[in-house]
Write a protein that binds this ligand. Structure first.
Ligand SMILES: Nc1ncnc2c1ncn2[C@@H]1O[C@H](COP(=O)(O)OP(=O)(O)OP(=O)(O)O)[C@@H](O)[C@H]1O
Ligand SMILES: [Mg+2]
Length: 258
């Protein structure tokens, strides 16, 4: 990054030097011609812009690399204290390219409503994987919807993912909602089963939600559930106790493990 700044300064100096030459020397024909050939005017205008966009790109790469590091933060044998809002953010950043507009649909809108959460002791990498699996499913649904809806339809009825986090009693609650096609009860009932998928061979393995529930309940003593209404959308609900001991399942009533 520092070297781009230097190159920028050098280029500026060279252009300033050229300007001085042009002012104080009768233009030599060959020089004039060459300047036209390389379109010196355009070049001197464009090069600084180019440097700026390089600087911007480096900023973005730095952002991605930071969030990749946060995202994949190695899970040691022990839990570490981590912010779930940050985990959600780094997951979103990794999915950014899938959320972007493409030829079939406008960008997927993400509405965030983050509560002021304390850090909790957890396996952040695994929880990020849970967020990723849930968000990826929502994006899959939105991508699929492009088969029945035109770009204009989708522009008029935007595809939205809503993420909410808050502290409720002694737990953190995370809700991830999409306004996609939803699912019938027959699918909803099996969604956390191993290898259950409605996707084409090669598109889904049917492990995403099974793994998510395992991570939330078995590794974090939490609770993961889903509500869905056909044609309205789907909401995943995660509850993680603020202070839990390992293997301590605080979910109400039935045992959620498999
Ligand atoms: N947000 C959602 N809206 C509608 N249906 C969903 C949603 N999330 C999951 N499903 C349904 O639940 C099924 C199981 O999801 P799961 O993530 O476990 O597997 P998958 O996405 O099919 O495959 P993968 O292992 O690649 O994640 C999906 O095939 C899909 O039918
Ligand atoms: Mg999935």
């Amino acid at each position: 990054n520092g070297s781009i700044k230097n190159a920028q300064d050098y280029a500026q100096d060279l252009f300033a030097h050229l300007a001085v030459c042009q002012q104080h020397q009768a233009p030599i024909k060959a020089v004039q011609e060459h300047a036209e050939e390389i379109d010196l005017d355009f070049l001197s205008e464009d090069l600084p812009k180019l440097f700026e966009s390089m600087q911007g790109a480096i900023g973005r790469i730095r952002g991605i690399s930071t969030s990749l590091r946060t995202f994949s933060r190695a899970d040691t044998k022990q839990k570490v204290s981590a912010s779930l809002n940050e985990g959600l953010e780094s997951t979103l950043l990794i999915l950014k390219y899938r959320l972007k507009a493409n030829e079939q649909r406008p960008a997927i809108q993400v509405t965030k409503d983050y509560g002021n959460l304390p850090e909790i002791d957890c396996f952040p990498g695994q929880l990020n994987q849970v967020f990723m699996n849930i968000l990826a499913n929502a994006i899959d649904v939105f991508d699929e919807a492009t088969q029945d809806a035109t770009f204009e339809d989708l522009k008029a009825h935007p595809q939205v993912i809503t993420i909410q986090t808050e502290v409720v009693k002694n737990a953190i609650e995370i809700r991830i909602r999409d306004n996609g096609k939803g699912m019938p009860e027959t699918v909803r009932a099996k969604i956390f089963d191993h290898l259950f998928t409605t996707k084409a061979v090669g598109k889904g393995t049917g492990l995403g939600m099974a793994i998510a529930r395992q991570v939330v309940t078995e590794k974090h003593g939490g609770h993961l559930d889903v509500q869905s209404e056909l044609g309205q959308g789907t909401e995943f609900y995660i509850r993680l106790p603020l202070a839990a001991t390992d293997e301590n399942d605080l979910s109400p009533g039935q045992n959620q493990g498999f």
